[in-house]
Design a binder for this molecule. Structure first.
Ligand SMILES: NC(=O)c1ccc[n+]([C@@H]2O[C@H](COP(=O)([O-])OP(=O)(O)OC[C@H]3O[C@@H](n4cnc5c(N)ncnc54)[C@H](OP(=O)(O)O)[C@@H]3O)[C@@H](O)[C@H]2O)c1
Length: 324
């Protein structure tokens, strides 16, 4: 089969599109014939050796796919050959076939297109977990989302809205803010043109904001950390700007708010039952139209480097997918 192989930690142009052996379904696994793979910002960090974890080289990146089960390993009673599924693969998704833990493989319950099914996982599931289990967001609370037209930011806008929050979208261009608005944002802030701290302070009669879904790091994190309400939750999602903030903890003490780390990948391992319940709720919300997957562009597998360059280069509104 053809796959994208990372042979050295380097820029995305060094990724190889090449022939590799087909995977086999070991005990507790299925093989999925991939119809579409979702592309995520962390994939770009991973292949450059800039992510929290470094897989052994060589490896095939790609953490989320949609496809059809073509082989079943021992001890997998709940899946059938020919079934359409979403697979949460951790690695291996940028390929024509992938072996996936059966516990992380869920049947696709309705007419969800392949690219949307693949892209419904990491970005949306992170936003869902963050707002539900980590922030425990309540209807009527104010939710600020930075990088709000990006993959997980746009998911947070939709899910925050579905959970009854007043959503403030923070983006770098009017075009991106328009996308956030079309996905449910109530208040729009262009942080390239306006002072984010001043804009956030002006909300809620100066009382601060309840929850921040912070994807960008650097100056955006600093601004948000100075505008939190009493009992607020500042969710640490990512550092798309490349700058990991240094946080003066006295702010949290004085203003009585929490800085809450979010790591969806670890959540799936630490709380597998909550993870599966979340996924079922997410798919139900998708089928009910409460959340949707905005596909910015679909690339062929051979053009994975172009897809990752677009994602890492701030060029995507919503998600990018690959098709083998
Ligand atoms: N904690 C978790 O479990 C988890 C899960 C998934 C993703 N993440 C992290 O969340 C962050 C966002 O991921 P994503 O998939 O939503 O990425 P994305 O689709 O590329 O969106 C990232 C957004 O960040 C903003 N940004 C600001 N400075 C940037 C820069 N220098 N380069 C690129 N983007 C920049 C951009 O919005 P503007 O142009 O509007 O500023 C962009 O739309 C990443 O750091 C990722 O690693 C964390």
């Amino acid at each position: 089969m053809k796959a994208i192989v990372c042979e050295e930690f380097a820029g995305v142009e060094k990724l190889q599109y090449k022939e590799v052996p087909d995977p086999i379904a070991k005990k507790g696994q299925v093989v999925i014939d991939v119809k579409a793979s979702g592309v995520n910002f962390p994939d770009g960090l991973l292949v450059q050796g800039l992510y929290q974890m470094k897989p052994e080289l060589p490896f095939v990146p790609g953490s989320e796919v949609a496809g059809v089960v073509s082989e079943i390993g021992e001890g997998v009673p709940h899946l059938k050959v020919g079934q359409r599924v979403i697979g949460i693969t951790q690695l291996g998704g940028y390929a024509e076939k992938v072996a996936c833990n059966a516990m992380h493989t869920m049947p696709i319950p309705g007419p969800i297109p392949d690219d949307e099914a693949a892209a419904l996982v990491t970005a949306h599931a992170t936003a869902h977990h963050a707002l539900k289990q980590r922030a425990k967001i309540q209807p009527g609370e104010t939710l600020v989302v930075t990088g709000a037209a990006g993959g997980t930011g746009l998911a947070a806008v939709q899910i925050g809205k579905a959970m009854g929050a007043k959503v403030v979208a923070v983006c770098s261009t009017q075009e991106k803010l328009d996308v956030a608005k079309a996905n449910g944002a109530d208040i729009l802030i262009n942080y390239k043109e306006k002072d984010l701290k001043a804009e956030l302070k002006a909300l809620n009669d100066g009382k601060g904001v309840d929850v921040v879904y912070e994807c960008v790091g650097g100056d955006a994190f600093d601004a948000c950390s100075r505008c939190m309400a009493w009992n607020g939750r500042l969710l640490v999602i990512g550092f798309a700007s490349g700058e990991i903030p240094k946080f003066p903890v006295n702010l949290s003490l004085v203003k009585g708010y929490s800085v809450v780390g979010v790591f969806w990948g670890s959540f799936t391992a630490h709380q597998p039952q909550d993870f599966m319940q979340n996924m079922q709720e997410l798919v139900k919300w998708y089928l009910e139209g409460k959340v949707k997957v905005v596909i910015d562009e679909t690339f062929s597998l051979a053009d994975t480097d172009k897809a990752l360059t677009k994602v890492m280069g701030r060029g995507v509104k919503g998600k990018v997918a690959l098709t083998p």
